[in-house]
Design a protein around this ligand. Structure first.
Ligand SMILES: Cc1cc2nc3c(=O)[nH]c(=O)nc-3n(C[C@H](O)[C@H](O)[C@H](O)COP(=O)(O)O)c2cc1C
Length: 367
């Protein structure tokens, strides 16, 4: 088996990646006060130095009071946090790597009591009241405009500090996805209705980001069928519906789709082997990133996002076959790279037996 295809450069406009290996965004919660420090700089630098062509940072919150949902998540606003990210960018570039921040708003999963302002509840497409208390504030038109402006500002700041693009987090049941999903979007105004209408928020957001950064700055859009609230949820049932869903997003300014699945080898629709990234590439003509259990086996596969039974083990050979057929362009790796910063070079050099095995301890440190 030749792994060469993973280590070919990739080019899209001004974006030139040294390899096809992408580090998947992974929340690590090692940024007290929302500021990424020296440890975070070193964490990303090590991966850039070891064969990762593009780093998508952990989710980093845009400058809106309800964007954050968890402790110690880095901000992407404020001078202190942006100065920290600038250090990360410079370190990654010094190693010849590229990096984009994943811009995040958690929406209705935020709980009151969370930093930075404990009094702010979750903000979502639709209000939620529990025992007489508003636990999720249903967003007004003004809230929508403010959140969109926060994403646009974050993208502008990303460009200003030298990031190589941005990734908009439109997946996994967070704010952008909450608008897509009928389970969480019950609105009766122009942001609710059928999937095309529920996509309006994302479309306006992408358009605003595009206007903020100009025509040449890469915008990656991450989406998923699954939600952290429901792994079996599906936004679309057929390839035709997928095409209809993605086209307006592409037209709004997306350059690359990051198609979040839990297992890369699973066909998305009956009657074809193509996975979600394969279909997305075919339907939109845009480059795509695949993801899901690359380089994992055994206990690792069962961990976190893969809690149910796995019918078939992940195989690098199968991934390479798909990559060689140009089913997708780039391959994101999450957990394998979290545990072993040198995963990519070990694969490149045929040193699989040196790859660090799964360890829950790895999650507790930033190596
Ligand atoms: C610890 C951890 C944190 C994660 N945080 C994020 C995140 O901030 N944003 C996101 O889009 N996905 C996040 N994910 C999902 C990963 O990006 C990736 O899609 C998932 O882990 C599947 O890839 P893998 O099988 O290679 O790990 C996270 C996954 C893990 C394990």
């Amino acid at each position: 088996m030749t792994v060469k295809a993973l280590f070919e450069p990739f080019r899209l406009g001004n974006l030139e990646l040294p390899t096809r290996v992408v580090m998947a965004p992974m929340t690590r919660s090692f940024s007290p006060g929302g500021v990424p420090g020296a440890q975070v700089v070193e964490y990303y630098r090590r991966r850039a130095a070891a064969g990762v062509g593009l780093i998508v940072t952990e989710g980093t919150t845009v400058g809106h009071k309800a964007a954050n949902g968890y402790p110690h998540v880095p901000r992407f606003y404020g001078e202190d946090a942006l100065a920290g990210w600038k250090e990360v960018v410079d370190a990654v570039h010094a190693e010849g790597g590229k990096i984009v921040p994943q811009l995040w708003h958690v929406g209705n999963v935020r709980k009151a009591g969370t930093e930075p302002d404990a009094s702010v509840p979750g903000f979502g497409p639709s209000e939620k009241v529990k025992e007489g208390t508003v636990v999720v504030h249903g967003m007004t038109k003004q809230d929508i405009d403010e959140v969109i402006a926060a994403f646009a500002q974050a993208a502008r700041d990303a460009k200003a500090i030298g990031m190589d693009g941005v990734e908009i987090h439109g997946a996994h049941g967070y704010l952008v996805d909450q608008f897509f999903w009928e389970g969480s979007n019950k609105r009766t105004d122009e942001y609710g209705g059928d999937l095309a209408q529920r996509s309006r928020f994302a479309i306006e957001l992408i358009q605003a980001v595009r206007a903020a950064v100009g025509p040449d700055f890469p915008i990656i859009f991450r989406f998923s069928q699954w939600k952290q609230q429901d792994y079996t949820a599906r936004l679309v049932q057929t390839a035709e519906e997928l095409g209809a869903f993605l086209k307006p997003l592409a037209d709004a300014g997306v350059d690359i789709f990051h198609c979040s699945t839990r297992r890369f080898w699973e066909p998305e629709f009956e009657g074809s082997d193509l996975n979600l990234a394969g279909w997305t590439r075919q339907l939109t003509g845009k480059p795509t990133i695949t993801v899901g259990s690359v380089g994992l086996d055994g206990e690792f596969l069962q961990f976190m996002v893969n809690t149910d039974k796995v019918a078939e083990p992940a195989s690098l050979e199968k991934l390479l076959e798909r990559l060689n057929k140009q089913e997708f362009d780039l391959v994101a790796v999450g957990r394998a790279l979290l545990v072993d910063p040198d995963w990519a070079v070990k694969v490149r050099d045929g040193r699989e037996s040196d790859i660090l095995p799964f360890s829950r301890e790895a999650l507790k440190t930033l190596v």
